[in-house]
Design a protein around this ligand. Structure first.
Ligand code: F6R
Length: 613
């Protein structure tokens, strides 16, 4: 969702900001803008569309400035257009503001300002906040802009990350956050600000994660952080491990393709130092002190959204099958508005790639208020969810830039599999022999994923045939049911083809009415406990002339005669199958989307990090 970049230092701010906005494009947005401060004063430029459109708007202008800020907006209040784009000037143009998040009580504040004679250019809550800050600044004796920001934010209900610049103090940026991330990069005589570390990493590895309710006042040689009640805090400088190559395409046509092909490495990274097959142990550092509690738990509640929710469904099978613990998997967006029952002895696991998903964060807060112990399974180190949970395990998949989640999903499933196996072993619900077998098989997964990737050309050929399909059905049973859901989600989000995932046996309770010769049906039909049943479901589809693409186990000689196309994947233990069976579905979705000419890395309407509800 919206992205923030700002700079203050000795260098030309505009190119740093524009490059930073491009690095944040993956978050999803529909307009972009910058504010720069120089001898000419505080200038704002903004444009609907991509950062490239903003660049065209800026071409030929004198942009020399050593302080400035930029924004990519994902529309919430008001359509995407030049006027609603950020930055916004305040009423008397004394300040400009950029903002991520939603000010929930903006209408009340707006009414009060209208009564005072204010008028508004845009439909945004951000402009209201900018005018509110300016109004407090003008009408509070002796208040500095920093004081006004603090006073205004104390009145605000909602989530925000903001940056404010003013002509009155042309050397200073004021930033604040609550519920929306903001990272400060600490350079030599310069500071960078951004929604995540990707725009910062090529300049410095030293970063500070601003906390909720903190205000940072930044000049080129000073950073001061206070709380909303003006207590000075000592920010902690983290060293980020992110490398520049990790956020570049590295020769691939799209980030999504790069990330699909990175999976042998990213899955290995998720296991590194944790799965020690030779020693016959699992080490989960972040959960070490909680493993007994997890093993004793009477119920596990898993929270997530989208792909992370699908990883949760896989974990449901894993924990129930291996550790014999009942599991409920909840959409975080629904859970947060119920009055859920959480008992002593329950454990909550929150799954999130970005670690910033507003619904998941709110669901965690609710679970916390009911006394739950919460574990996080997050990819982004230092993210809000990682910090809001009691303990957890990072997935270590590396930055995921493509909007459609691929390597993050397999990394989540890897970590959840390790957690389930470790819990089962501690509880004694699996034998030592099975424990050791699973560890050895887990270590072999990266090579097996690499083997699946060798089928990329075959999958591309199949994709070509189905490029113009209007609908798709995905079927799977057992642990492959969540994989069917994930395959359908991948296809719809990047190709805009309508696709539905079902448990294969559910088909005859309704969706079978859709089957005809125009309906492609992707069936995950691997040799596992439900193979024979899935074969029967395939026959039901074929009897109605549906066109079946089956994901089969290597060496299956039965299905190629029965279905239209097969994609073979290596044999693994049933409980590890989702790590392998999802990969051809990711490639199929990618290829179809590319052949339809879609922008696969930044599909329409989608945001990488869904920081509003
Ligand atoms: C799908 C996708 C989304 C996210 C969902 C949750 O490809 O990326 O469905 O999985 O928005 O995001 P995180 O995992 O960041 O909480």
């Amino acid at each position: 969702m919206c992205g923030i970049v700002a700079y203050v230092g000795q260098q030309d701010a505009a190119p740093i900001i524009i490059k930073g906005l491009k690095r944040l494009e993956y978050r999803g947005y529909d307009s972009a803008g910058v504010a720069l401060q120089n001898q000419a004063g505080l200038s704002v430029f903004k444009k609907k569309g991509k950062v490239a459109a903003l660049e065209a708007e800026l071409a030929g202008r004198d942009l020399h400035a050593t302080i400035g800020m930029g924004h990519t907006r994902w529309a919430t209040h008001g359509e995407p257009n030049d006027v609603n784009a950020h930055p916004h000037y305040s009423f008397h143009r004394k300040l400009a503001i950029i903002h991520n998040g939603i000010i929930e009580n903006y209408a009340t504040i707006k009414q009060a300002l209208l009564k005072k004679g204010h008028s508004f250019q845009s439909e945004t809550d951000t402009e209201v906040l900018g005018q509110f800050i300016e109004d407090i600044w003008e009408n509070t004796p002796d208040a500095s802009l920093e004081d006004a920001v603090r006073l205004a934010l104390r009145e605000v209900v909602g989530a925000y990350a903001i940056v404010v610049m003013s002509e009155a103090d042309p050397t200073q940026l004021i930033a604040a956050r609550k519920g929306s991330p903001l990272v400060i990069g600490v350079g030599n005589g310069e500071y960078f600000l951004a929604s995540d570390a990707t725009p910062i990493v090529e300049y410095t590895k030293d970063v500070i994660y601003l906390n909720d309710y903190e205000v940072a006042v930044i000049t080129n040689d000073e950073l001061r952080v206070t709380t909303l009640d003006n207590t000075l805090t000592t920010p902690y400088v983290h060293k980020i491990e992110l490398e520049l190559e990790a956020i570049e395409k590295g020769g691939y046509d799209h980030f999504m393709l790069k990330e699909i092909f990175e999976q042998p490495r990213s899955i290995a990274d998720s296991m590194r130092g944790r799965v020690l097959a030779d020693a016959g142990t699992i080490q989960l550092g972040g959960l070490r002190d909680y493993m007994d509690q997890l093993a004793r738990s009477e119920r596990i509640i898993i929270l997530g959204c989208g792909t992370s929710w699908h990883a949760g469904l896989v974990a449901e099978y894993l924990f129930e099958e291996l550790a014999r613990i009942p599991v409920e998997v909840e959409y975080a967006s629904e859970f947060r508005y119920r009055n859920p029952i959480i008992n002593e002895g329950d454990i909550v696991i929150a799954i999130s790639q970005s670690g910033e998903t507003a619904d998941t964060l709110a669901a965690i807060e609710l679970a916390k208020s009911k006394g739950a112990t919460i574990f996080g399974v997050c990819n982004v180190v230092g993210s809000s969810i990682a910090r809001a949970t009691d303990a957890g395990a990072y997935t270590h998949a590396g930055p995921e830039i493509g909007v459609a989640s691929t390597k993050a999903f397999t990394a989540q499933v890897t970590v959840l599999t390790i957690m389930a196996i470790a819990t089962a072993h501690r509880k004694g619900t699996i034998t030592d022999a099975l424990f050791r077998q699973l560890l050895v098989e887990l270590e072999g997964i990266p090579d097996k994923v690499a083997k699946v990737l060798e089928s990329a050309q075959k999958i591309r050929d199949i994709a070509y045939i189905f490029t113009y399909a209007r609908n798709f059905i995905y079927l799977g049973r057992g642990m492959n049911f969540p994989v069917a859901l994930e395959g359908a989600l991948k296809l719809k989000e990047i190709s805009y083809i309508h696709a539905e995932g079902y448990p294969a046996a559910e088909m005859k309770h309704g969706p079978i009415a859709l089957i005809d010769e125009d309906m492609p049906v992707v069936v995950i039909a691997t040799k596992d406990g439900s193979y024979e049943k899935v074969v029967s479901n395939i026959q039901e589809v074929k009897a109605r002339k549906g066109r079946v693409i089956a994901i089969t186990t290597e060496g299956d000689t039965n299905l190629p005669d029965m279905v239209d196309f097969t994609i073979e994947i290596p044999k693994v233990h049933d409980v590890l199958m989702p790590l392998i069976s999802v990969v051809p579905l990711q490639l199929l979705a990618y290829d179809i989307a590319v052949m339809r000419g879609r922008n696969v890395d930044q599909p329409r309407n989608l945001a990488k990090s869904v920081t509003v509800e």
